[in-house]
Design a protein around this ligand. Structure first.
Ligand SMILES: [Zn+2]
Length: 226
């Protein structure tokens, strides 16, 4: 039996299970491969936006520009823009996510890196959602294993899209496409697949010289946070 989280307009909910299983391609995997998404509120589906809306159109275009970027509704930590840009350049699936996210007028997302998660935590990333009184959907994305940034960011952004679309996670659970985790969070096959797909496309399409440059950027970032 699935317990439904109650909607709470003022208090963000955050659940981080200690142990859980993860559905990948019909098989449940062990906790060490876990990525969780936490604190779901049930939101109404995003209204359909007309593509001629100038602001939306500009954000969508940014996903496909020669120097692509995620929409400005998604705030990245300093130093990650170039890595995200390379992922957009090399992954058609990531650009698709970018375009879909760009269509949402009510989304506000912030990504942060956490190198020091709580002891005992097995989650590599999580996202906490809340809805403001004015109807904005606020997503706090926490990446805890930065070396898997490409996969984890795509994974969590797919969870954001689920919320933007108003996906019924309980119904998905009944269909075997999602699983409620101890502590209240959900994992979905859709997010797992999105993360793996984007990561694979980036690896397949990134020239060796760019890969080498990315490694250099990572060394710089890791030094910067220590
Ligand atoms: Zn997830």
């Amino acid at each position: 039996m699935v317990e439904r989280l109650r909607f709470d307009r003022t208090t963000p909910r955050k659940h981080l299970p200690e142990t859980a299983l993860l559905l990948v391609g019909g098989m449940w995997y062990s906790p060490e491969s876990l990525v969780v998404v936490a604190a779901f509120v049930l939101l109404a589906p995003e209204e359909t936006l007309h593509p001629r809306d100038a602001g939306v159109a500009a954000r969508i275009a940014a996903c496909e520009s020669p120097s692509p970027s995620l929409p400005d509704s998604i705030q990245l930590p300093d130093g990650l823009e170039s890595i995200v840009r390379q992922s957009l350049e090399h992954s058609p699936r990531f650009r698709q996510q970018c375009r879909e996210l760009a269509r949402s007028k009510r989304l506000r997302a912030k990504v942060r890196l956490n190198y020091y998660p709580a002891p005992g935590s097995t989650a590599r990333a999580l996202t906490t959602f809340r809805q403001t009184e004015l109807g904005s959907l606020v997503a706090q994305i926490e990446i805890r294993r930065v070396l898997d940034l490409t996969e984890l960011l795509a994974h969590e952004l797919e969870h954001v899209l689920e919320q933007v679309e108003g996906v019924d996670l309980d119904a998905l659970s009944e269909d075997g496409e999602a699983r409620r985790l101890p502590g209240g969070a959900f994992e979905t096959a859709r997010a797992v697949q999105a993360g793996h797909r984007v990561a694979a496309e980036v690896v397949d399409n990134t020239p060796d010289r760019v890969r080498s440059a990315s490694a250099s950027v990572w060394r710089t970032i890791r030094r910067a946070v220590r």
